[in-house]
Design a protein around this ligand. Structure first.
Ligand code: SF4
Ligand code: ZN
Length: 314
C-alpha cells in the first residue's frame, strides 16, 4: 500500500509550505520565505560589503520581476533607494516596462529617474538599424553608460542591478566555456569603480535563483512586465540557462555551489590586467579609453549614418 504523499511543511514554522527549494533542502510558507529571501539579500550585501550604511542606492529598474523584487526588498530592508529606468524605445515592450516601473514607484512613493532613449534620438532599434550592431551589444553599451552617467550627475556612488543566481551562473558558464580570462577577472558580485566618475556596481540578488525571485515577486504581488524583450529570444544567455536548469534538476544546488565557489576561491586568481587609467571623453566628459567613450562613438556612428539617410528621404 502506498503511503499518502505528505505535504511539505515549512522548515521554520511547520505550516504548509508554498515554496520548495531543493538546493537549500528547504521548503517555506509565504511569510518564512520572505524572511529567507531578505536574509539572502542582507547576507550578500554584508558579506560582499556592497553598500555603506550612509549610502543612497541607485537601483536599475527595468520593470521585470528581478529588478522590481530588488527595489522592493531593498526598500523593505530600510535602504535609501532611488530607481533608474532606461526607456530603451523598443516598441510595446518598452512602453509596458516603463508603465509598470512608474506605477511601482508611484504606489510606494519612491523617487524614480527615467532616461528616454527615443527623446535623445538613440532608441535601441534606431541604433541597430543605423549601425548594424547586434541589438544587445548596442543596448548593453548604452545601459552601462547611463548607469554611470546618471549616478555621476546625481551623486550616487553605488548602482544596484537585479542580476540573480541564474544570470551569474549562465554568464560564468559562458565565460568558462570560452576561457574568457578578461571577463572572468571582472565577474564579481561587486565591481569597484576604476574612475571617480564611475559608480560601484553591486548585485544583491546574486545568491537567489530566478525561481526564487519569481516566487518572491509573485507572493508579494508585484505587478511586473512578463513579456521578454523581443531581442532576448535565442540569446546565448537563455540557452545557457536552459542547460543549467537540466543540471540543477539532476543535481540540486549545483548553480549556487558553482557561483559561490568561483567567487570565493577561483575568481581572485584571475588577475585583472592593469588597464591604463581612463582619460576623458571629449564629447560627454565621462571616462574613456580613447578620445570618445564607447557610447559616444556609437551615437556618433548613428548620427553620421542617419544624416545621408534623412537627406535622401527629404
Ligand atoms: Fe537590451 Fe538585449 Fe536586454 Fe533587449 S534583450 S533589453 S536589447 S540587452
Ligand atoms: Zn562620451
Amino acid at each position: 500500500m502506498h503511503k499518502p504523499a505528505t505535504k511539505p511543511k515549512c522548515k521554520r514554522c511547520r505550516q504548509p509550505a508554498v515554496v520548495q527549494l531543493p538546493a537549500h533542502h528547504s521548503a517555506f510558507c509565504r511569510d518564512c520565505f520572505f524572511v529567507f529571501f531578505e536574509r539572502q539579500v542582507e547576507r550578500a550585501i554584508t558579506e560582499e560589503r556592497m553598500v555603506r550604511s550612509d549610502e543612497e542606492v541607485l537601483v536599475a529598474v527595468s520593470g521585470g520581476k528581478d529588478s522590481l523584487a530588488l527595489w522592493d526588498v531593498l526598500d523593505r530592508l530600510g535602504y535609501h533607494t532611488v530607481g533608474l529606468h532606461l526607456d530603451l524605445g523598443i516598441g510595446a515592450y518598452s512602453r509596458l516596462s516603463r508603465e509598470k516601473t512608474e506605477q511601482f514607484a508611484r504606489q510606494r512613493q519612491l523617487r524614480l529617474e527615467v532616461v528616454d532613449f527615443e527623446k535623445y534620438g538613440h532608441a535601441v532599434p534606431e541604433m541597430v538599424r543605423f549601425t548594424r550592431r547586434a541589438p544587445c551589444a548596442a543596448c548593453g553599451t548604452a545601459k552601462r553608460y547611463y548607469f554611470d552617467r546618471v549616478a555621476a550627475e546625481r551623486g550616487f556612488s553605488v548602482v544596484a542591478t537585479g542580476h540573480n543566481l541564474d544570470d551569474e551562473a549562465a554568464r560564468l558558464l559562458g565565460n568558462v566555456l570560452r576561457w574568457d580570462v578578461d571577463h572572468l577577472a571582472r565577474q564579481r558580485p561587486v565591481l569597484e569603480p576604476s574612475h571617480e566618475r564611475f559608480a560601484r556596481k553591486v548585485k544583491p540578488l546574486f545568491r537567489l535563483s530566478e525561481y526564487e525571485t519569481a516566487a518572491y515577486a509573485f507572493l508579494r504581488r508585484l505587478d511586473y512586465v512578463i513579456e521578454e524583450c523581443p531581442n532576448a529570444a535565442g540569446a546565448t544567455q537563455l540557452r545557457l540557462k536552459e542547460h543549467w536548469n537540466r543540471i540543477e534538476a539532476d543535481m540540486p544546488g549545483s548553480k549556487l555551489h558553482f557561483v559561490l565557489e568561483f567567487y570565493r576561491r577561483a575568481q581572485p586568481r584571475f588577475v585583472e590586467a592593469k588597464a591604463e587609467a581612463p582619460g576623458t571623453c571629449e564629447r560627454c566628459g565621462m571616462p574613456a579609453h580613447r578620445s570618445l567613450c564607447s557610447f559616444c562613438s556609437l551615437v556618433l556612428e548613428v548620427e553620421r549614418r542617419k544624416a545621408p539617410a534623412s537627406a535622401a528621404a527629404g
